[in-house]
Design a protein around this ligand. Structure first.
Ligand code: ATP
Length: 386
């Protein structure tokens, strides 16, 4: 007898279909809850698992033992059974925090994507756009331009040119400009990195970054690697207390290894620049490395006039403008960058007068404005440069 046929005055009529349907939905609900529990258990496990250390394989000594590079140094570690025989040098791996056992191989280290982080350029700066600095230009042409353009000449004479140069001097005196002109005249790719950025941005990856930069330089050869603020990576270190200091030291070691690996007549050259020659580690200027050191100082009276000529070339100057006289008003410690700023500022003073001709008075106002600001700034460059 089915419920469908049962009739009573007190009981409400519930069809069998209803229970059959309800039974199915309870089973479905049960399945759903089981799946949710499984998912939650998985999530819980994730939260309970301690993080792993990420390292890279330096060498595989035995099937189950390897040397790993971590930020804190090199370690001789065991390899978990499931990865025995499957680990290769340069692999990126995960290590257990306590035992440092290698528990997973993530695959080959990705080459550092340096292209997005550095300036890669084909500059067009001409030697004639640099005022003064004739002696520096002559040296750089001999060390950088000539070997890149005519290596056979050096082979014939039987001498090896230096691998690069170190430029030092106050900010804004034309070090970058010289490096760019060297690249332009030797038709080389100009790759610029800034030491302080390298230290701050690529924590833990500095040495890998340097390696990738030089790989790229070789690919894009002929090229010039310009390292501005090289003191940020190549400063003398008295103690290597913190892991940050050790990291900078490793980056520096990689840079030295790259310089040592160069062939003097190869088609990659280095130009490094610093404002702080006094704090540089002598390792970088040892013979066979950046042993040509060139000073790029403040311009003298004649050079100031040259720089003024370059930066006023396209300006609409009044007849009363006398560049020699302007040069005399500039004082001793004025850089090419400041002279350029003075020229631009003089243009603005003319603009404010509603004139398109720049007068001597505009230059005088500009000097006051640009150099006045400088003297208000405490601890300017003169402090460390002498
Ligand atoms: P920093 O040490 O701050 O990196 P730097 O020595 O590399 O400075 P540059 O970047 O070469 O200085 O100079 C900045 C700008 O100043 C140049 O782009 C150029 O316009 C001008 N300048 C500097 N020196 C000269 C110069 N000797 N002749 C012509 N222009 C110059």
């Amino acid at each position: 007898m089915s419920y469908e046929n049962e009739e009573s005055e007190n009981t409400t009529y519930i069809p069998y279909r209803y229970f059959a349907k309800r039974h199915i939905s309870v089973e479905e609900e049960n399945e759903m809850l089981k799946a949710t529990i499984k998912q939650l258990q998985k999530e819980l496990l994730k939260h309970r698992t301690p993080p792993f250390l990420v390292g890279s394989v330096v060498d595989v000594v035995k099937k189950d033992e390897a040397i790993i590079q971590l930020n804190t140094g090199k370690f001789y570690v065991k390899i978990a059974k499931e990865w025995e025989g499957k680990v290769k040098p340069d692999d990126r791996v995960l290590l257990d925090q306590k035992s440092l056992t290698l528990v997973k191989v993530l695959g080959k280290e990705k080459p550092f994507d340096v292209e997005g982080f550095v300036v890669i350029d084909k500059p067009k700066v001409k030697w004639s756009e640099i005022g003064g600095l004739e002696e520096q230009i002559r040296e750089i042409r001999e060390i950088i331009e000539l070997p890149l353009l005519k290596p056979q000449m050096f082979k014939k004479i039987g001498i090896e040119p230096p691998k690069g140069v170190l430029l030092y001097g106050p900010p804004g005196t034309g070090k970058t400009l010289l490096a760019k002109a060297a690249a332009a005249h030797s038709k080389a790719t100009f790759i610029e990195i800034v030491g302080s950025e390298l230290v701050q941005k690529y924590i833990g990856e500095g040495s890998k970054f340097v390696k990738s930069i030089f790989e790229m330089a070789r690919e894009k050869a002929p090229s010039i690697v310009f390292i501005d603020e090289v003191d940020a990576i190549a400063a003398k270190r008295i103690e290597l207390g913190t892991s940050g200091e050790r990291e900078v030291q490793r980056t520096f070691m990689q840079l030295l290894a790259e310089i040592d690996g160069f062939k003097p007549l190869g088609n990659v050259k280095i130009i490094a620049a610093t404002n702080r020659l006094d704090i540089l580690d002598p390792a970088i200027t040892r013979p066979g490395r950046l042993d040509r050191i060139i000073e790029v100082g403040y311009p003298d009276e004649k050079a100031k006039v040259e720089i003024l000529k370059i930066h006023t070339k396209k300006m609409n100057l009044d007849d009363n403008v006398n560049l020699e006289e302007i040069a005399k008003k500039l004082g001793k410690k004025v850089s090419g960058a400041e002279i350029k700023a003075i020229c631009t500022e003089a243009g603005y003073f003319a603009l404010r007068r509603n004139s398109t001709k720049i007068k001597m008075q505009d230059f005088e106002n500009a000097i006051k404005k640009v150099l006045g600001k400088k003297s208000k700034k405490k601890g300017n460059y003169a402090f460390i440069y002498g």
